[in-house]
Design a protein around this ligand. Sequence first.
Ligand code: SF4
Length: 363
Amino acid sequence: MDEIKKNLIGLSRAELIDEMARIGEKPFRAKQLWHWMYNRGETDFAVMSSISKVMQARLSETFEVRRPKVERELLSTDGTRKWLLKFDDGNEAETVFIPDMDEERGSVCISTQVGCTLTCKFCHTGTQLLVRNLTAAEIVGQFMAGRDAYGEWPTPDDTGRMLSNIVVMGMGEPLYNFDNVATALEILMDGEGIGISRRRITLSTSGVVPMMKVCGERLGVNLAISLHAVTDEIRDRIMPINKKYPLRELIQACHDYPGASNARRITFEYVMLKGVNDSAADARALLKLIKGLPAKFNLIPFNPWPGSEFECSDHKTVKAFSDILQDAGYAAPIRWPRGRDILAACGQLRSESQRQKKTQPES
Ligand code: SF4
């Protein structure tokens, strides 16, 4: 069997410099590689023309520049595209590209874990037990595979690029895999490579309170909270993490989030579940809960999946809920599901990877 060579994707700049030092090369070599890998999207050392032929051969003896394998690609009638990616160990995760309505740019929704520990009751991903955390290479690789598919290498100017934004909202809870997520986002933000601005990246958490400040301080990306309920009673029921970090602590952590301001509001995601969290009283309680925070809302009509116990609120109820928030001065768009026909909408991502018997503790 062929030996798997070390993948240079996913190493931080410091780690890449260390790898080069191991084969007797100076930091300059790491800088050259960084440019080829992340600015030009090149995977073949033989094409890296600023590196000598001898050196190209040496690099290819030990290393590789590898993406996850695209196992399946699905295109929705609304332009949403979903990739099922296979990693070196055979595990799989999904990545989605959601074009804006004007179709000139859009967001790549990346996954951070295979499966999830958190079992949010409205989320299909939550029915897949955690298999493992994704590595930094696998997280960066999702975005790079998207760029490959859209032929967006080398990095053009900020204008005219389809894959312009990143939302860390796919499979898994990113703050339960923070080190790898942070390394990956730092690579994606690096100005000499892919160069996505932190203002174009939004990380969504179900509310891992102790990690929120750490995330804001290290990465400074936009924050989104999967809120979905305005009382501990309902949130405990639909999002078990609330028993560990109740609403009061979660909202305080939002107040403490570094960098949140009126120009960079915290997004509160709110899935509309019929008869559970969708009344006018809930909308008013929501306003009270987030009072004083620079906030905006995304109202997400529930996307049913086989075996789910909820129904979506009806159109009129969702509209009334949105109106109450908007009348109070907040943006509260209704995010009608995208990519529904290919199960690419919020909370619908899933893969067939199964957890091996008791190899991972649940958190
Ligand atoms: S909503 Fe997010 S945190 Fe909750 S189960 Fe789904 S993937 Fe996990």
